[in-house]
Structure formats: C-alpha cells, structure tokens
Design a binder for this molecule. Sequence first.
Ligand SMILES: [Ca+2]
Length: 317
Amino acid sequence: MNVDAENVLTSLQSSFTQAEFALVSSKVAQQCDALDGASDGMVQDTYGCQDAFDLARDVPTCPADRDGTCLTAAQKTVMTNIMSGPRNSNTDAAIYSDFPYDAGMGTNDYYNWEFFMAMMRDPGAVAFIFSTAPTPYDSSELGSYEYVMSLDMDTDVERIYAIDDTYTESGMAFMTPPNPTDLTILRDRGAKMMVVHGTSDAVFSPNDTVNWYKGLQDVNENQADEFARLYLVPGMNHCGNGLATDRFDMLDSLVKWVEKGQAPESINAAVRSENTELPANWSKTRSRPLCPFPKVATYSGTGDMEEATNFTCVTPK
Ligand SMILES: [Ca+2]
C-alpha cells in the first residue's frame, strides 16, 4: 500500500468508526426490534423500520467531541448521504439504490464494505472490469490511489454503460439482463426462482432487489410469487454473517417446488455457531423462518423465542 492510499484509508476509517456504526445499529434495534412482536435483537420488519427509525431523532448528536455515544451533525449528514445512495451532483439523479437502516450495520462485514473494500476491491473492479475502455490499473497498490482520487462520479459512471469499437458490450449490459423484470421465458417453461438478500448488505442494496421484485410483481399482475420469490434475511450482511440466521438450505426447497409443486411458504434458517459476532444472549441454535417478501417473520406471542416454530410469516399492515 502506498503512503497516500494508507492515508486515505486511515482518514476514511477514522471519520466513522465501526463502533459508531454499531451505535446507529443499536438505535435502529431500539426503535424497530419489537415491531415483529419479539424483542430479540432482530428486526424482521425491515420496511416498517424505515418509518420507525429517524437518524436525526434517535441517535444523539454530539454536543462537543465524539465519544462513541453520539454522532456529530456532520457525521449524520454523511450517514444520510451513504444511506440515500450515490447521486449525480449536477442532476441529483440516483446512480444506485438507497440502503435500509438495519440491525446488522455494526458488524465487521458491513464496516469492511463501507470503509475498506471501497479502497481495496472496488477501484480495480470499476477500472478494469466495468469501464469501457478498461483503465490501466496497478493492482499491486491498494486501491491505486491515483485512480480513486481522480474518479469523477458525475462523469465516470457513464463509462460503466459505454461501448466502443473494441468493447462492444458494456460492463453493465454484460452483468444484467436487458429487462430484469421480464422472466416470461423462465415462467412459461415452469421454472422457479428463489432470491436471497441480507437486509444488512452494505455493498448491494436489498432495496434494489426489493424494487426489482416489486417490478416483477407489477408486470405479472401480482402473481409473480407463483414462480419467483424473494427471501430477505434480516440482519444478514453480504451473502452471510451479521446478526442473522444465515444458515439455510434453499436448494431442497427449490427442488421440491420445481419437481413436486410444493411452493416454499417459508425457509428454516438458523444461526451459525461459528459467527463470533452474535450476541451472547442468543441461543447457539436460534432459528427463524425466512419469509417470502413482503411477509415478515412475526412472533406468535407464546413459546420459546429461540425457536422458528413460534414465528409465522405475516404480511405487515
Ligand atoms: Ca425482533
């Protein structure tokens, strides 16, 4: 890592510590944990939570210096900008989705994606894989400081969509279907699709996936769940980890759906005992149902809160 890159990384990580992300996350849980009927440290009703939580109101503003129990007014602005998603500074057009506030924002994976991977992985991916034409990039230096600091979000984003005589397909066109909500071929041949996304994914936003699924419902007269279902995993980070029941098997359910016509009304999920970030007061065998969106795992009001059997999938009011 060269000196400049190290300075940028240090300054990013000191501008927001992981403990401060954990503070926000704990305040989210304070407002939202009980929405699902169980005060268990898990926020099942992700979208009810976006109405219930207010960063300005629910996280104390530091009267003076940062001490870990508050955010400065400037930090609240930064966090609002992060969670609102990137925008073109001239047109205010969204470059990518916004992100939901969630109970898994204080964990290692979340923080790493915000303040380490952004320097380590993303510049190489943007420079070399997603841009037309590919930008010369020295992967021996973390983040290639020169590349990162010269990137103009207002103009360089267009290169993700660009083609030229040599690169006749853009990075975006290669990575995404031309019309993501047109699953007619899949649907009409009787195939099924199960999509999973953690609600505390700091790199790809679950809101983006939810918006895609809502679009899919719109073009299928709200019958899309006959062939495609989305399972949000509350508190789960990017593909795993977080404060979540992130151990589950979708494949057997998919096979039963395709071969026996048994639609997966819920998926059994459990915590992974090797996840060292889980709170000590959670059972090592805690389980929860994963529910097809927009349903939310809701506590029945009686029985052991560590057991999935005492939760049902309910559509929020
Ligand atoms: Ca809860």
